[in-house]
Ligand binder design. Structure first.
Ligand SMILES: CC(C)(COP(=O)(O)OP(=O)(O)OC[C@H]1O[C@@H](n2cnc3c(N)ncnc32)[C@H](O)[C@@H]1OP(=O)(O)O)[C@@H](O)C(=O)NCCC(=O)NCCS
Length: 441
């Protein structure tokens, strides 16, 4: 039965008006009532269903066919393999821009001029420190082998308790301040979680370094460590590529939690929790584990057969809910991988990955399902070559994605059409029945 009491036998026949190309007409065959609504950019309002019958709902598990918001931040055409932020192609941003410039673009809608960029960089640089109690009291409370992503998710939520003004989400000045703090402090939290998990002392932010350079320094500094500029640039490109990807699972979590007017730290923590799942940001960890398990190029055909038979797992780093073409970020990452390997030496798993990609791209199973490499297929290899432990991979993803979450959070709060998120359900449980006393069960 549909929640709200609609008939279980309701039939919805949706017909697209052949002579009226920009409208859709929906007829309720139970009543003969008809509504006609406009189709704009391939979307029609679900309020049409409400107009037809307020007790009628659309069943759409995983929101496969549902647009839950309007957004002007990121454009994605999965069939054509196109990704643009505020209109700018990801390829151009990855080649010419920096992560902080892209962050500004995502948050403000336009590229900054020289003065704006300089001020933004200075502001971020001056907000990288965290309260000493975060490190000394909060982080020290974790078990010695705590997973860095678990620590990170908790640390992001805990950070909000240091800023009582964070709950003032209706105040633009307060929102901007929290956004700045979150963007700036993520690398500090991330490196803190790593160093704790391997027992190394914390390294304070260095205001003389760039955003990616400071992060690498906080991660790896022992003695006279110097950031290699090629790795610094590769890190920045990886940050750009992960900055936003419209309504994915983590961003949707951000919007859903943010819609309750929770503070942005809590919302970002929820988004990071979603990101940590193996089908989302955790996939690159899965890729590296999978490649290590395959062990040798010669084992690739047998592995592919196992995936196809359904007896093995999935081919991690392949397939995407939206991309039914090569993920444009995967192309850029593949190139960045070679740049990194020039410094670090080739990751021995690369040959297995290349063979796997070639085999899958020529196999009918993957071709017919439009399964192509996604952003995670090569990113794990780069991270591993740069020395990051597998357990840090999703944390690395969360650092730049924070700005995407925050751009969507801002947009959500400014959107007069949005309310607290509250989907309906299709109840499939027992009908009403009387409580049975224990003695009679
Ligand atoms: C990303 C992902 C969750 C998208 O899933 P989805 O849009 O729900 O697609 P589905 O699970 O409906 O899969 C469609 C078909 O392709 C198959 N498929 C999808 N991804 C596959 C993969 N990586 N390996 C093998 N088969 C795969 C499914 O088995 C299904 O086949 P079927 O029609 O015979 O049942 C999925 O492709 C996946 O699990 N990929 C591996 C994890 C990964 O790399 N995630 C990172 C995303 S950036």
């Amino acid at each position: 039965m549909l929640s709200g009491g609609a008939s279980p036998h309701a039939i919805i026949r949706v017909t697209s008006g052949s002579n009226v190309p920009d409208t859709i007409t929906i007829t309720d065959d139970r009543t003969g009532k008809t509504v006609t609504v406009p189709i704009t950019d391939g979307v029609f309002p679900a309020s049409a269903i409400r107009d037809l019958d307020p007790a009628l709902y659309i069943y759409d598990p995983a929101y496969m066919q549902t647009a839950a918001c309007k957004s002007a931040i990121t454009y994605l055409d999965g069939d054509a393999g196109i990704l643009r932020h505020r209109g700018y192609p990801i390829e151009q941003l990855a080649e010419h821009s920096t992560y902080l410039e892209v962050a500004y673009l995502l948050l403000n809608g336009e590229l900054p001029d020289a003065v704006q960029l300089d001020r933004w960089k200075t502001d971020v640089t001056q907000h990288t420190f965290i309260h000493e109690n975060m490190r000394k009291r909060f982080v020290d409370g974790f078990h010695y082998d705590a997973h860095p992503m678990g620590m990170f998710i908790s640390a992001v939520a805990a950070l909000g308790t240091f800023y009582n003004d964070a709950k003032n989400i209706d105040d633009k000045a307060s929102r901007d301040k929290q956004i700045l703090r979150l963007v700036a402090k993520m690398p500090t939290l991330a490196s803190m979680c790593h160093r704790f998990s391997v027992g190394l002392p914390f390294v304070y932010p260095d205001n003389d370094l760039s955003f990616p350079g400071n992060f690498l320094n906080m991660m790896w500094k022992i003695g006279d460590y110097q950031v290699d500029p090629r790795l610094e640039r590769a890190m920045d490109v990886l940050f750009i590529l992960h900055a936003d990807h419209e309504q994915n699972c983590g961003t949707t979590a951000m919007r859903v939690v943010g819609s309750s007017h929770a503070d942005p730290y809590t919302s970002c923590s929820a988004a990071a929790s979603a990101l940590g799942g193996p089908l989302h940001g955790g996939a690159n960890e899965g890729v590296v584990r999978m490649l290590a398990e395959i062990g040798h190029m010669d084992n690739v055909p047998a592995f592919i057969e196992e995936v196809k038979s359904g007896k093995g797992g999935r081919l991690m780093g392949f397939g995407h809910r939206v991309y039914k073409n090569y993920d444009p970020r995967a192309t850029i990452i593949k190139k960045a991988a070679y740049d990194v390997f020039e410094v670090t030496g080739k990751n021995p798993l690369l040959d297995i990955a290349l063979k796997l990609e070639e085999t899958a791209l020529n196999d009918e199973y993957f071709i017919s399902r439009k399964l192509y490499p996604n952003v995670d297929f090569y990113s794990g290899l780069i991270y591993q070559a740069m020395g990051f432990p597998i357990s840090m991979f999703t944390v690395l993803f969360a650092i730049p994605r924070t700005v995407g979450w925050l751009a969507h959070w801002q947009e959500l709060l400014a959107d007069k059409e949005q309310k607290i998120s509250r989907p309906r359900q299709w109840y499939s449980g027992a009908d009403a029945r009387d409580y049975v006393p224990m003695a009679s069960r």
